[in-house]
Design a binder for this molecule. Sequence first.
Ligand code: GDP
Length: 443
Amino acid sequence: ESGKKNISLIVVGHVDAGKSTLMGRLLYDIGELTEKEKTANERGSKKVGKGSFAFAWGLDALGDERDRGVTIDIATTHFTTLHRNYTLLDAPGHRDFIPAMISGAAQADVALMVVDGSPGEFEAGFERGGQTREHAWLVRSLGVKEIIVGINKMDLVSWSQDRYEEIVDSLKPFLVSAGFSAAKTTFLPLAAMEGINIIENECQELKEWYTGPPLLTALDKVEVPARPYESPLRIPVSNVFKGQTAIASGVAVSGRLCSGVVQVGDRLRAVPGDEVATVRTIEVDEDSSPYAVSGQNVTLYLSGIDPINLSIGTVLCPTSLPVPLVNKFTTQILVFDLQSPIIVGTTVELFHHSVNLPATISKLLNIMEKGQVTKKNPRVLQKGMTATIELTLRPSGNNTTNNNTNNLVRIPLETAQENKEMGRVLIRRNGETIAAGVVTELM
Ligand code: GDP
């Protein structure tokens, strides 16, 4: 149990690709769901219609959260294989849920992308407006380095090798252009509904040409990223609640350790603010633990702090090494698909872990190619460019992360050089992700 490595997985893909079916099937096949739950969930799934798969499958994690009366940000589910403890981060497929997905992807080590292999459906999900491209960009931009692509519904194309290769041939170059290294992209054919090639490949037609691993084996082979234990502790809070479980009760927060280590008894500073809290209990995978390390998702029960001083977006840090707070910073961005060009004064939404705040693009500093500045002070930025910009946060009506009296909105942030996970942002405009960036300078 304790020798197993922890890994966080996010499932993404166009709506209807089969994500819920696949994850339900996987959990059922490895024995995390009983036959009774499966039948009940299939019924429940029909009733609730299209939602997140945790919702569709009524998984335990979500049940707990509901009982605690929490607003659900992202749901997590745990499962265990011979080699790994998995945290499954739920990313609902609807367009409107992209902000929830951003929060999930920021916590993930590996992405499982599900595409529909049936005629015309892969193409529909892959074209502009489909979610395949945006999801791939998002997970990569948020630091996920490895992606496994399940080409699903292969039963509908009679397990055609030609169809499979056609999809691989259009997706692979795209994923590489989105920033995945070719060696970190794995493809496999699946039929989620019949449960083929998930734990085992028992399909005769598939065996004729596919000799690679089934999904679970491919997952177990994913390299667990090195965790920055040495850097100071950073826990961006994704949820705050009054907890009451078998393990503990009181003020509780959940989030993922971006870096560092936390132990029961530690005194932590909640930024923004001057409050210090003491860690009473640490919950990892629904069990109490004396400590947690970088990469783990935790719930911490705290004492000595009024929950009024905690909110989504608070970052918990060592008292001696708090994270900086900034109103303005520069970021090197990659510009995604755009409806209209980016100019100075463009108003956007800044996404950082679980928070989003209104911001203004206050300067266009340069355009870069292959790491070299090719143009200074450009007037516009177009799709596909790499550029450095300055972002300034704007006050909003109900800004919860700001405890300042001088009306200056500030966010806990670090440069990517200082702390990779703390130094990554996404920029959206009118519900579309227009750029992803790494923070280069705090101002
Ligand atoms: P999600 O939106 O990605 O979560 O997709 P769902 O899991 O809800 O699946 C969408 C539809 O595709 C449902 O009607 C499933 O029954 C169907 N489906 C999922 N996997 C397969 C498969 O392997 N073969 C076939 N024929 N249908 C599938």
